[in-house]
Ligand binder design. Structure first.
Ligand code: PLP
Length: 377
């Protein structure tokens, strides 16, 4: 059976060149990067090369990058390491749990929290952020692009507001790295988290950008690696994989993005050709990420039917009992419960061919027909 993975926002497969690099490092570069001997120096050099590659891609200084074990860990280190008990934090209702659960935990320790809902366009209004700033506001943490909607926040505007009011801005950029250029010299972000497995790098490796001058408390205690913020013997091959993956993502950004946008247009055209009724929730969004509703069709059932045809997509959220539940993120943007339950996230990437896209659209049309819920556009 043909298998097509259309869940690029959840994770990406490893790039072949990244696999080769990591395999060669696994085989030959095993010294402890903290050891003084040649073996250690070789491993240390691999990590520093990746740091240079990451800093070059993001246009920041290499001393401003620390490697972590995930995007989740980067978010934890930034937020817990910065916030003091009486600080006011401004964030959003649709942050990833690796931000949301940290700030909720900080709230139990005395921090004050203001959570803003996205607008209908899936974005956070920068003016609403500015309105909430008070003298105790020390941190704004807003995701660059939302993982479920693909909507992109106006981080440039938010960073200007943060600067104006001397508030630190942390950005969870896990979803957008590799999907559009993020230039830290132009954008006055203070801390930014990323994760290699979203841009064809390995799982279990992330990075945190910490602008010079920002001091974080140590939340993990150990041997002092990574500015004593992420102690523990480094994942040498994973870090090297992140470095190569981010370099490739930035070097080929234009071509990849225009290719993915072309695939997206083809998909929409195919849906129209099959006269499938659909609603695309967000207009201005990450290339290849579609939060798309098929009215009157239960999203979870559609996901399972597609999976049986070898096509992997994703559905907003499912509660622990396994029953489907409308995604709160979709509800927060004003989408009604019924339509939220009809919504899937389909995400395409550079791995797909035009034939893949045609196949997905065709299978969708067959399944929707079988479910007896196909409507004229
Ligand atoms: N932040 C966002 C927006 C994400 O989408 C994800 C992963 O899906 C994470 C953080 C967590 O990254 P990681 O899987 O590397 O822990």
């Amino acid at each position: 059976m043909k298998k097509i993975y259309c869940d690029i926002s959840a994770t990406t497969p490893l790039n072949e060149k990244v696999i080769d690099l990591m395999t060669s490092i696994h085989k030959s570069t095993f010294g402890n990067p903290s050891s003084i001997h040649k073996y250690g120096q070789e491993s240390h050099a691999v990590i520093e090369k990746a740091r240079i590659e990451t800093a070059k891609a993001l246009n920041c200084h290499q001393e401003e990058i620390i490697f972590t074990a995930s995007g989740t860990e980067a978010n934890n280190i930034a937020l817990e390491g910065f916030v003091e008990p009486n600080n006011h934090i401004i964030s959003t209702t649709y942050e990833h749990p690796s931000v949301m659960n940290v700030i909720k935990n900080l709230e139990t320790k005395g921090a004050k929290l203001t959570l803003l809902k996205p607008n209908e366009d899936g974005k956070i209004d920068p003016k609403k952020i500015e309105k909430e700033i008070s003298k105790n506001t020390k941190l704004i943490t807003v995701m660059f692009a939302n993982n479920e909607l693909g909507s992109i926040n106006n981080i440039k505007e938010i960073s200007k507001i943060a600067q104006k009011h001397k508030v630190i801005l942390h950005v969870d950029a896990v979803q957008c790295i590799g999907k559009f250029p993020v230039d830290l010299n132009k954008l006055k972000i203070d801390m930014m988290s990323l994760s290699a497995h979203k841009f064809y790098g390995p799982k279990g490796v992330g990075a945190l950008f910490i602008r010079k001058g920002i001091n974080l408390k140590t939340i993990l205690n150990g041997g002092g690696q990574e500015l004593n913020l992420r102690p523990g013997t480094e994942n040498i091959s994973g870090i090297a994989g992140l470095g190569l993956a981010i370099s490739m993502a930035y070097n080929n950004m234009k071509e990849n993005m225009s290719y993915i946008k072309k695939l997206e247009r083809l998909f929409i055209k195919e849906l129209d050709n099959y006269k499938i009724k659909y609603i695309l929730h967000i207009k201005d969004r990450l290339p290849g990420v579609l939060a798309i509703a098929f009215p009157k069709i239960d999203g979870q059932s559609l996901l399972i039917s597609l999976d049986l045809k070898g096509i992997a997509v994703s559905f907003g959220s499912a509660c622990s009992s396994g029953a489907t539940k409308a995604s709160q993120i979709l509800l927060d943007t004003g989408i009604n419960e019924e339509l939220a339950k009809n919504t899937l996230r389909i995400s395409f990437g550079k791995i797909h061919t035009e034939d893949d896209i045609r196949y997905v659209a065709k299978q969708l049309s067959i399944i929707l027909k079988r479910l007896g819920k196909k409507f004229d556009a």
